[in-house]
Design a protein around this ligand. Structure first.
Ligand code: GLC
Ligand code: GLC
Length: 640
């Protein structure tokens, strides 16, 4: 049976050609890519071809309101890939349809940046299993209605990858895979405009490697060698990795650190036009061979830049299908710290719309630190100073700001620029760790999370939980795939055990990568437990989400602050029915006038609690950190 390969090839070849021609001056390249596609397609298993056709018939599958994501370290979640497969029931119970498993291809030995230093793209990390286990897992997940996302680390490889080994041995072909300079002249020139990603633990962007006999470009750690994407051979290598992962059953590739792959003198070497041309070619060749697969851009860049990864101008709809909504994440934390939603409303409203065929992935926490990406001019509109606000947020979330509820920590302080980022789990940043410490009268690790002798949870604990759920309500209701970061559904606190691990102690991002405590997960069904309160709160949000077609990602959310600046109003105008969301970002009661939200059509409903809402009154009272999702209304047109 034909699966329309030829038709797809015809459809997408122009996109591949256009992308390649912009970057490479190599007449044979297109023919080699074509050959690669034919070979990969001939090997594509029948099951996956069927999946391709199903998704071609449902091209908006990843935009649907029914999609819910979960992000986990395979070892910390299930010990092995087989173990992860056995936990599929847990994911199903939570309503998950999309699973991002953190790096699992064979890395260098630790330190390896949590697996982001890949030594072999054809092997699974030995303690996790084999490529066969990966295929088995993908098939199991597919049967359970879950898509699988894996990282494609394409800015760099481990120093131990055979390409880098051969480069050090002097093999010319492989030296050209990297950026290796004989002396400091060129690196010094680049460094005039290069920001540092890890200024504290891995300063500079180049590393002198004695065996390589030169300075190697290493944006991240000195054992992560940046690849030279101006070399077409590098493109071909990754085209083949993309297709082989697709043929294993991977549904989505997370393009790790994609912003960094193209270097240009005199710039910050991020977001260069060639990045998009290369993505366009890779995206199109995946569409030809494996149309059920999508791409997700990990571009943690300025709000004005991030939509370009979903395609803007002539590339609209031709690049990644998903991208992290970093700005939403930062703005939610900023609003919680200031009890003021105006900056969030301002900056989110200023963002350009994304192509209607794409979606955000929205999130509150991930395995990385939080970089306080507040735009100076956005801050200035409110009369705030950008640098002062960023510094306030870092102080607030590290817990040193007087009165802060948070217990995070500074990540990579850069005394030169004053920049600091923040580590910590969602629950600890939202105040649960401090509240439990206060309740116990001890500061410490491994705080018990049961009620103990107490009759009821203290107010601080209640507020922290309300804060966490309010923040997650924004993330789950915004539109796009919400990503629940492993353990947030159980309100896991910071894990300080990384301090005892020599391979990890210098990277405090490990504090927000706790192992999955399955004994505590069992408490999710025990009324009154902390775990139950958070888990069931998330469950409610998730099931409400799945009922609301208006959350389909094809339409944009509009964001405004209420006349009480603690109130955030998110409205979604959708042909299937509008939705208005109202959030109180403060620990006091507040009141919102209906005229700021919209007018009832027939029966307005509050969807999280599933109860009718009376809009015949002037407005409504919102509890501390209260959230309302209202359907059955005509939303008020946004006032900027
Ligand atoms: C990505 C990952 C991060 C890693 C970096 C280098 O941004 O999310 O954890 O350190 O890339 O690979
Ligand atoms: C920055 C980079 C991102 C990287 C992260 C590591 O946010 O933009 O790519 O993963 O730092 O913490």
């Amino acid at each position: 049976m034909s699966d329309c390969f030829e038709e797809r090839r015809e459809r997408w070849l122009p996109d591949i050609r256009e992308g390649l021609e912009l970057v490479y001056d190599d007449v044979d390249l297109l023919a080699r890519v074509d050959e690669l596609m034919r070979t990969a397609h001939s090997k594509r298993p029948a099951e996956l071809r069927r999946r391709d056709l199903q998704r071609l018939l449902n091209p908006d599958w990843f935009q649907r309101e029914t999609e819910v994501g979960y992000v986990a370290y395979p070892d910390r979640f299930g010990k092995t890939l087989r173990g992860v497969a056995e936990r599929a029931g847990y994911l199903k119970e939570l309503g998950v349809t999309y699973l991002h498993l953190m790096p699992l291809l064979a890395p260098r030995p630790e330190p390896n940046d949590g697996g982001y230093a890949v030594a072999d793209y054809d092997k699974v990390r030995a303690d996790l299993g084999t490529m066969d286990d990966l295929e088995h897992l993908a098939a199991m997940l597919h049967a359970a209605g879950v898509s699988l996302t894996l990282d494609l680390v394409l800015n760099h490889v481990a120093r131990e990858h055979h390409w880098a080994v051969s480069a050090r041995q002097g093999v010319p072909k492989y030296r050209r895979y990297f950026h290796i300079f004989p002396d400091r002249e060129v690196p010094d020139e680049y460094e005039k405009t290069l920001p540092e990603v890890f200024p504290a633990s891995a300063p500079g962007s180049f590393t002198f490697d004695r065996e390589a006999g030169g300075w190697v470009w290493t944006t991240f750690n000195h054992w992560q060698w940046d690849l030279n994407w101006s070399n077409p051979e590098v493109f071909l290598e990754f085209a083949s990795i993309v297709l082989s992962l697709a043929n294993r059953g991977v549904d989505c590739l997370r393009l790790d650190a994609i912003a960094f792959i193209w270097k240009r003198m005199g710039t910050d070497c991020q977001n260069q036009p060639e990045v998009h041309a290369i993505t366009q070619a890779l995206r199109a060749l995946a569409r030809v061979v494996a149309p059920s697969m999508i791409f997700k851009a990990e571009a943690i860049v300025a709000p004005s830049m991030v939509t370009t990864y979903l395609g803007s101008g002539a590339r609209a709809g031709k690049l990644s299908d998903l991208a992290y909504h970093n700005s939403l994440m930062v703005q939610v934390w900023s609003a919680l710290a200031t009890r003021d939603a105006r900056l969030a409303a301002m900056s989110l409203s200023a963002m350009r719309p994304k192509p209607t065929t794409t979606a955000w992935t929205t999130y509150l926490r991930c395995h990385d630190d939080i970089g306080w990406a507040i735009d100076d001019s956005d801050a200035a509109t409110l009369g705030w100073s950008g640098p002062a606000h960023r510094s306030f947020l870092a102080d607030f979330y590290s817990g040193v700001f007087p009165g802060s509820f948070s217990s995070g920590a500074d990540f990579q302080s850069n005394p030169g620029t004053g920049d600091r980022r923040t580590s910590g789990t969602a629950a600890s940043l939202a105040g649960l760790e401090k509240a439990l410490e206060k309740m116990r009268g001890t500061v410490g690790h491994d705080l018990p999370t049961d009620l103990g002798e107490n009759q009821a949870w203290p107010q601080d604990v209640n507020l922290a939980i309300a804060r966490l759920l309010c923040a997650y309500a924004v993330v789950i209701g915004f539109g796009g795939i919400p990503l629940i970061y492993m353990g947030d559904e159980l309100a896991l606190l910071n894990d300080y055990s990384f301090l005892d691990d020599p391979g990890r102690k210098d990277d405090n991002r490990w504090m927000h990568r706790p192992g999955m405590p399955w004994d505590r997960a069992a408490l999710r069904n025990q009324e009154g437990s902390l775990e139950h309160r958070v888990y069931s709160g998330l469950r409610k949000l998730i099931s409400a989400r799945k009922r609301l077609t208006g959350l389909h990602a094809a339409v944009e959310s509009s964001v405004a602050a209420g006349s009480d600046p603690s109130v955030l109003i998110v409205t979604r105008r959708h042909p299937a029915g509008d939705i208005a969301q109202v959030y109180n970002f403060s620990e006091r009661d507040t009141w919102v006038a209906w005229k700021e939200v919209g007018s009832p059509l027939r029966n307005a409903n509050e969807e999280i609690s599933r109860s009718p809402i009376d809009m015949a009154t002037d407005g409504i009272n919102l509890a501390p950190y209260g959230s309302l999702w209202i359907s059955g209304i005509e939303t008020a047109v946004r006032r900027l």
